[in-house]
Ligand binder design. Structure first.
Ligand code: CA
Length: 222
């Protein structure tokens, strides 16, 4: 399990990191919002511990960003203890909120609870059939339909489409897509762009539902 701590107080980061490592979590940290955003994208943590008052990018904005791109649980830790701040953070998608100073024990218990419930969600996601917006993909029958019309996809295009449909809104890096589809590291990342281009053409007017995330990769927005 990988934890990303986004917090500008070094001493807090250090004590959390120490406690998390004792629980055998892999720990990554960022000392400002921008670094936090970059690490979230590149490291794909299983859970995020997020401070609100951060330099560069505010915690609230980061919270919204993370939740619009993934279902990664977020626990907010903040000195802001008013009811309004808590409600706002939860409305932005935070899964839990702890007011500073808090007990690290309690934070760990809450983290475990969050990680447990995401694990349950994941076991449900070994789906073979996806229906989303105009798309329909049946892995067992190897069928892909667009507005009920059968579309012929090559095996690689089919795999890309399946990945995108399995987690709409999640950003897939070009490296992830490439590794998943070719299974090894040395294929040029440019190939994936070529496949996405062809796939978009086959999707016709729905092609632009596959969004380019500049400098990162692709995602599906339905
Ligand atoms: Ca702070």
């Amino acid at each position: 399990m990988k934890v990303l701590i986004i917090e500008d107080e070094k001493s807090v980061v250090e004590s959390l990191a120490l406690a998390f490592k004792k629980e055998n979590y892999e720990v990554i940290s960022a000392l400002d919002g921008r670094e936090g955003k970059e690490k979230f994208i590149s490291e794909k943590p299983d859970i995020v511990i997020l401070d609100l008052m951060l330099p560069e990018i505010r915690g609230e904005e980061l919270c919204r960003f993370i939740k619009s791109h993934s279902d990664t649980p977020i626990i907010v830790i903040s000195a802001k203890d008013s009811e309004i701040d808590k409600v706002l953070a939860l409305e932005l998608g935070a899964d839990d909120y702890l007011v500073k100073p808090f007990s690290i024990r309690e934070l760990i218990i809450r983290m475990k609870k969050r990680l447990e419930s995401t694990k349950k969600d994941k076991t449900d996601s070994h789906k073979k059939l996806y229906e989303l917006g105009p798309f329909y993909l049946d892995e067992e029958k190897y069928e892909f339909k667009l507005e009920n019309k059968l579309i012929e996809l090559t095996p690689k295009e089919f795999s890309i489409m399946k990945m995108l449909l399995s987690k709409p809104k999640r950003v897939w890096t070009r490296r992830e897509l490439t590794n998943q589809i070719w299974g090894y590291d040395y294929v040029s990342l440019k190939s994936i762009d070529v496949y996405i281009k062809r796939l978009r053409e086959k999707l016709g007017r729905y092609g632009d539902l596959i969004k380019t995330v500049r400098g990162v990769g692709y995602k599906l927005e339905v």
